[in-house]
Design a protein around this ligand. Structure first.
Ligand code: ATP
Length: 233
């Protein structure tokens, strides 16, 4: 399978503080891949660096072979990448419909609002509600629906299960399975190992701004003790 996203020797800084020290990993088209690691390991920063949202970064990031390390965020979005941030980024003064329509459809083939609502039926009767009146789970679905509308094919999801009830986490898991079946490529940052283990083809373990291990999905259970050591559990 072709490599869709290739990250080589990626470095990134906040001001003078370097937090990514050479991240190396790749994702093939249609895969679900996780970044696992302790708080502060550099997972969110990696997603931000891929999207061009860090002031300073170095190394190489290729999308279908094309280099994007020096590209601006809007050009990266045009390549079909989108970030669903941990804090979800729902605009409180806008309705669900307005939140869905807000980002421009930068890449071709984005889902229509009707298709987004088929995927997230809970949002249908909430279309005219204010974004922040939604439950945490509905806000997460809105945040996901919004990036599907942009036409992105490579989805960077930052802890989509954070703070959600188990039943909602299951729903999010089923949605990710559907998106995989539809051919989306997904990079998932997770703290919830049980959730990640049921979904991902491969896992990368991140420590202090580097990938320190790669675990194939089927081997995760057998290597759970090692993983718990990495995660400090
Ligand atoms: P978490 O699950 O806690 O978000 P993470 O693995 O995603 O963890 P990052 O948020 O990428 O980790 O943080 C990596 C490092 O960068 C940490 O040492 C963190 O303190 C630092 N950091 C994060 N955001 C900033 C910022 N805006 N300014 C300066 N340093 C930051």
């Amino acid at each position: 399978m072709a490599e869709t996203l290739t990250v080589d020797r990626l470095e990134a800084w906040y001001g003078d503080s370097k937090v990514l020290h050479g991240m190396d990993f790749n994702i093939r088209a249609g895969e679900v891949v996780t970044l696992l690691g302790r708080n502060g390991a550099g997972k969110t920063t990696t997603l931000k660096a891929i999207m061009g949202l860090m002031e300073r970064r170095a190394g190489s990031i290729r999308v279908d072979g094309a280099e994007i390390i020096a590209a601006a965020p809007y050009d990266i979005a045009r390549k079909g990448l989108a970030l669903c941030p941990e804090e979800r980024g729902i605009f409180s003064s806008l309705s669900v419909r307005e939140n869905l329509l807000l980002p421009p459809a930068l890449a071709k083939g984005g889902m229509t609002i009707a298709q987004v609502l088929d995927l997230f039926p809970n949002l249908k009767e909430r279309l005219d509600s204010q974004g922040t009146k939604l439950s945490g789970g509905e806000q997460q679905m809105l945040a996901l629906g919004r990036i599907l509308h942009t036409g992105a094919r490579i989805l960077l999801l930052d802890e989509p299960t954070e703070g959600l009830a188990p039943v909602i986490i299951q729903q999010i898991g089923r949605t990710i399975e559907k998106l995989k079946a539809l051919g989306f490529t997904i990079l998932l940052v997770e703290q919830n190992v049980a959730f990640a283990s049921g979904l991902a083809d491969r896992h990368y373990v991140v420590e202090l701004g580097r990938v320190v291990d790669e675990i194939p999905g089927p081997e995760l259970d057998a290597r759970l003790d090692t993983l718990k050591t990495y995660l400090g559990l």
